[in-house]
Ligand binder design. Structure first.
Ligand SMILES: Nc1ncnc2c1ncn2[C@@H]1O[C@H](COP(=O)(O)OP(=O)(O)OP(=O)(O)O)[C@@H](O)[C@H]1O
Length: 457
């Protein structure tokens, strides 16, 4: 017969303990005995039990069962999924029955019948496994509910710049290939990640998003890989990591460029083995995830600067999707603006509001450094503040553009003009050298030479 489950037996009678251990150790994986209930918390932190068989009286002369009830509550406080079975004399049956209201799963009468004892403990092990499964589903449900509370957009747009994006999504969604999504803030990287999930065979499983940028070094491992109780001071109970909770579904690691080199090494090890070891544990959990990562940083430049591991990049970028900034999406700016206009006029009961042609012109000419997120906020603000029926250019207080140095009317040399153009482009592109080179239509090496020549910092 296959042994299954771990049992802790707590009773002050050593001969009872020894005979139970002798009988049960052939039937369960681990049978630990303990005559002093004060050791229970320590034992629970060092071992993983399914069932605790707990005597009701420990101090000589006191037979009111209160000690057993006290320890039962302590055990359930430490781990509410543990199955406690009370071990009781016939005279205490009523007490034991009442204890079932407080969380005992069952009771066994002394003197016991070995067959009945084994059957009860075995059902206890099954019950524990079921409780753990329920807990894990609860865990996933919480993430799913958080997700459902947010409404997700369809990716709007049909500009030339977006065509390769839609094409790649269509080709790779239904594979398990790792995808790296690149693009400035607010360009819709998370939206693309969700679309990949929704179009994949995993669509009915969980989509788990993790903002790596908000994880400090100290909680990185426990958040992603989980921990066991006692692994560190605040680890009051076992906790699953995001990797384990996402198993079966898609895991979206946002802001991957923000990871320190130490965190990158830990992540790489997990991605190589597809196995996760919770903090403080020796156990390895196999994880079956589809990995989608995103960053607004230039990973190639980070590699050159020694800030991103090349081997990690190769693990995560089987397929790369580059989202164009909103300013390069032409008329998508208007389509998306009208989409948000509809949303917010419905929300604020102002269905008559329309965009004037000059307003559209202003929106089309603006550079949108915050991309679609900025456009959404601008539309909401304009709808809230406007009561006139039409949205005019003045309703949009857009950040001053090209806030860099103006060329002006005073005579300057060609070199000085070139310097200003480069400085302005760097500002506009928030220091992204590839985008600057693209905008100025020169190679990156040429751009680096000019930056050096003009001593631009
Ligand atoms: N093409 C689009 N159509 C409609 N809404 C969009 C589109 N792209 C992005 N959005 C909306 O813009 C907002 C920002 O998108 P998202 O969070 O996906 O961007 P991101 O690139 O992941 O941003 P960050 O880099 O800051 O994490 C969201 O509200 C999203 O729904």
């Amino acid at each position: 017969m296959k042994k299954a489950g771990n049992v802790l037996i707590v009773d002050d009678n050593k001969s009872v303990l020894e005979s139970l251990q002798l009988f049960l150790k052939r039937k369960f994986d681990e049978v630990i005995i303990c005559s002093n209930p004060n050791r229970i918390p320590n034992l629970l932190s060092c071992h993983k039990f399914d069932v605790v068989l707990l005597d009701m009286n420990f101090s000589t002369g006191i037979n009111n069962g209160n000690e057993g009830l006290f320890w039962m509550k302590e055990i359930l406080k430490i781990d509410s999924t543990l199955v406690v079975i009370l071990f009781t004399a016939y005279a205490e049956v009523n007490l034991a029955v009442n204890a079932m209201k407080d969380g005992a799963a069952d009771f066994i009468l002394k003197p016991w019948d070995n067959k009945k004892l084994f059957a009860t403990l075995k059902s206890g092990v099954e019950l524990h496994k079921t409780r753990q499964k329920v807990e894990s589903l609860e865990n996933q449900k919480q993430f799913l509910e958080q997700d459902l509370n947010q409404s997700f957009e369809k990716i709007i747009g049909d500009s030339e710049a977006m065509k390769p994006v839609f094409e790649t999504i269509r080709k790779v969604a239904n594979t398990d290939a790792n995808v790296l999504i690149l693009g400035e803030n607010g360009t819709g990287k998370e939206l693309v990640a969700r679309e990949l999930h929704l179009m994949s065979a995993r669509r009915n499983e969980i989509f788990m998003g993790v903002d790596l940028g908000s994880l400090s070094e100290s909680i990185f491992e426990s958040e992603l890989f989980g921990h066991v109780k006692g692994a560190f001071t605040d680890a009051k109970e076992d906790r699953k990591g995001r990797f384990q909770s996402a198993s079966g579904g898609s895991l979206f690691l946002d802001e991957i460029g923000n990871l320190s080199l130490a965190m990158q090494a830990k992540l790489l090890a997990v991605l190589q083995n597809r196995k996760v070891t919770p903090l403080g544990s020796n156990r390895e959990d196999h994880v079956d995830i589809r990995l989608i990562c995103a960053t607004n940083q230039n990973v190639q430049e980070m590699i050159i600067a020694g800030n991103f591991r090349e081997d990690l990049l190769y693990r995560i970028n089987t397929i790369q999707i580059e989202l164009p900034p909103l300013r390069n999406r032409g008329n998508d700016i208007i389509t998306i603006a009208e989409h948000f206009l509809k949303r917010y006029t419905d929300k604020y009961g102002k269905s008559e509001l329309k965009l004037r042609p000059e307003t559209k012109e202003k929106l089309l000419n603006y550079l949108w450094p915050g991309n679609i997120r900025e456009l959404r906020h601008c539309m909401e603000r304009a709808v809230i503040l406007n009561d006139k029926g039409e949205l005019s250019p003045e309703d949009f207080l857009l950040e001053k553009q090209n806030s860099g140095i103006e060329l002006g009317d005073s005579p300057i040399s060609l070199d000085e003009a070139e310097r200003l153009i480069i400085v302005n482009s760097i500002k506009r592109n928030r220091g992204n050298i590839s985008s600057v080179a693209k905008e100025l239509n020169i190679g990156r090496q040429t751009l680096y030479r000019k930056i050096e020549k003009y001593n631009i910092s």
